[in-house]
Design a binder for this molecule. Structure first.
Ligand code: ZN
Length: 405
């Protein structure tokens, strides 16, 4: 994966002036250690084109700052095992929240995604105020239960189902598939003040994609799409090693691609959107379950485990839409992988994929292999974990140069 062709342009270091170079080089080296570590210094040097001496100096400085640690790598062949560098996991912690209209799940984890605290709680109402109160309450609970870790919290990641309000401030229609008004700037400012920590918002699919990129199987790919099966349907896109947010942070809203111009109306204002067919909201409607109940997902999993005919029939019916979605992502992005995840258990996603087989194969290149479609992190805590990765990405990594200079 480390051949020159797949190295993101931002990892290359030539052309920076000397004063900026120190900041920039530190960030580049740390970013490589964060996303690819444990990694040898020679490999960092090869990826960045920085001299081995420069890399050694930077790594030594990061080590003195308590940000990275060195340990012996595995011996390969008859050669000496090289020293590998990795982040000092407990140097800092982030707090991630998965928020929707029903509940909030909170996770605190270290820099390598080790979860040190987690808790979920339902909302008293499907409103931003109820969500805020729950978030603030959970943060206080964490601080009270782990005071020794509280001052190492550097930021908060929030993940909620989008689309969020547009640049002109118009919220999209409200229903169980989104939490548009939670993501307003006004609400985020309020939260940031109450929490006393910087906050960053991602839509749930982008957060989950970042989680895969930083902690999960997405570490192996520079470009992939992560498809989030929630009440709605969305995708997070990691392109050339970085999350692609889009101009209004709504990239990947594939649930609102029109697949039937004369289909049923959608809250987004269009008709026949993909998620009217392919989403847990659509399955709830089919099974006469309330999409606004936090127990519906558990009930769907139970029915699936029992081999319920209604669930199987739905999977057969939506198979063409699965194939269409995969083909659309393939043709648009030519990714190394498409990873499926969401708030539902992996076995359900595997069955959905099986029903859609044979999958469309792109008419080009080595990516036309079945294993390019993977099941990734899913379940109740996956998005909250992704939210912590969003915090690391947006808040921790850019701060590092200030810690050193
Ligand atoms: Zn729509």
């Amino acid at each position: 994966m480390n051949d020159a062709a797949t190295i993101p342009a931002s990892f290359r270091t030539s052309g920076t002036n000397l004063k900026r170079a120190k900041t920039h080089n530190h960030r580049v080296v740390l970013e490589i250690i964060r996303t690819r570590g444990p990694i040898g210094r020679t490999e960092i040097s090869e990826i960045t084109s920085l001299s081995r001496q420069t890399v050694q100096n930077i790594v030594a400085e990061l080590e003195r700052g308590g940000i990275v640690v060195m340990h012996a790598g595995k011996a390969s062949g008859r050669g000496h095992p090289g020293m590998k560098v990795q982040l000092k996991a407990d140097h800092a912690f982030s707090l991630g929240f998965h928020v929707d209209r029903l509940s909030v799940t909170a996770i605190v984890c270290d820099l390598v995604g080790e979860i040190v605290w987690e808790k979920s709680a339902g909302l008293s109402a499907a409103s931003p105020d109820a969500a805020n109160a729950r978030i603030i309450g959970l943060a206080e609970e964490f601080r009270a239960s782990k005071p020794e870790l509280s001052d190492r919290l550097f930021g908060v990641g929030l993940a909620a189902p989008g689309p969020f309000e547009t640049v002109d401030g118009t919220p999209s229609g409200a229903d169980a598939t989104n939490f548009s008004e939670f993501g307003s700037k006004e609400n985020l400012d309020r939260l940031q003040q109450a929490l006393g920590l910087p906050v960053v918002l991602q839509n749930d699919a982008s957060a989950a994609a970042l989680g895969e990129h930083v902690y999960g199987i997405g570490r192996n790919f520079n470009s992939f799409a992560f498809v989030q099966f929630g009440m709605g349907l969305g995708a997070g896109l990691v392109l050339n090693g970085a999350l692609y947010p889009g101009s209004t942070k709504n990239a990947g809203e594939i649930g609102h691609v029109c697949v039937d111009p004369v289909g049923p109306p959608c809250t987004c204002g269009n008709s026949g959107c993909l998620e009217k067919y392919l989403s847990l909201n659509a399955l709830c409607e089919r099974l006469a379950l309330a999409p606004t109940s936090q127990y519906s997902v558990t009930r769907i999993e139970q029915l699936f485990d029992e081999g319920n005919e209604g669930v199987r029939e739905w999977m057969r019916d939506v198979a063409p839409y699965m194939r269409q979605m995969i083909s659309m992502i393939d043709m648009m992005l030519d990714p190394e992988a498409i990873i499926l995840g969401g708030i539902i258990k992996p076995a359900f996603l595997e069955a959905l994929l099986e029903h859609a087989s044979p999958l469309p194969v792109p008419p080009y290149g080595a990516n036309g292999q079945d294993d390019r479609i993977r099941i990734g992190t899913s379940g109740a805590t996956a998005v909250a974990l992704g939210a912590t990765a969003a915090a690391v990405d947006a808040l921790y990594a850019p701060q590092v140069s200030h810690l050193l200079l």
